[in-house]
Design a protein around this ligand. Structure first.
Ligand SMILES: Cc1cc2nc3c(=O)[nH]c(=O)nc-3n(C[C@H](O)[C@H](O)[C@H](O)COP(=O)(O)O)c2cc1C
Length: 186
């Protein structure tokens, strides 16, 4: 696809077919992620990959339970409680693959670098016909020291972008965008 078509046609996808994603495809997407620019070219990112619906689902349940119990200690709007309490609400939307973009340092711009890598990954996924969705709700639980220890991730790494991937059942319509607010500075 042309670059602008990829950018225009990427969507947050939350409904996937049963098809899985293989390692080679994930490696290809991560290959695109690491082409992102980074401050002082430090490339402060790492990627944790979880494949398989059942495993991802078990983490989704635990992350959701933790979020419900800890909501008041987070900066999320309390109104999301209603959504989280719905037993049908699956935090990772039953996706077959999860890629977590991690910042390897708390350097001042490491998080920004990782966000750029995450966007590259999502655009590369769209180019391959795969749907993606950044799952911010999962970040606080994934970033707990206990969770990182269980996942055998270095404790000092910071979770920046949990991104689910899969084959979309349908490509959702665009939510549209507000016109850009532009200040032409003189
Ligand atoms: C930082 C960030 C956090 C997000 N967190 C979630 C989330 O926890 N769950 C979810 O279903 N979508 C999440 N999204 C997806 C957004 O809701 C989605 O990108 C937005 O509605 C615009 O839709 P589009 O991506 O299809 O253009 C997140 C997106 C971003 C950038």
């Amino acid at each position: 696809m042309e670059l602008m078509d990829v950018i225009r046609n990427r969507r947050a996808v939350r409904d996937f077919t049963d098809a899985g994603i293989d390692r080679a495809t994930i490696e290809h997407l991560i290959g695109a992620a690491i082409l992102a620019p980074s401050a002082m070219n430090l490339q402060p990112w790492a990627f944790a990959v979880l494949l398989g619906r059942e495993r991802i689902e078990s983490y989704a349940k635990r992350a959701k339970e933790w979020l419900l119990a800890s909501l008041s200690q987070t900066s999320y709007d309390p109104s999301i409680r209603h959504m989280l309490e719905d037993p049908q609400f699956a935090l990772f939307h039953h996706a077959p693959a999860l890629v977590i973009v991690l910042a390897k340092s708390s350097g001042t711009q490491a998080a920004e670098d990782c966000c750029l890598a995450a966007e590259n990954l999502m655009l590369a996924a769209r180019n391959e016909g795969l749907g993606s969705c950044w799952i911010g709700f999962a970040r606080p639980w994934l970033d707990l020291a206990a969770t990182k220890t269980e996942l055998k991730l270095p404790e000092h790494y910071h979770v920046v972008a949990p991104i689910i991937l899969g084959h979309p059942k349908v490509w959702p319509d665009s939510h549209g965008r507000k016109p850009a607010e532009i200040h032409w500075l003189r």
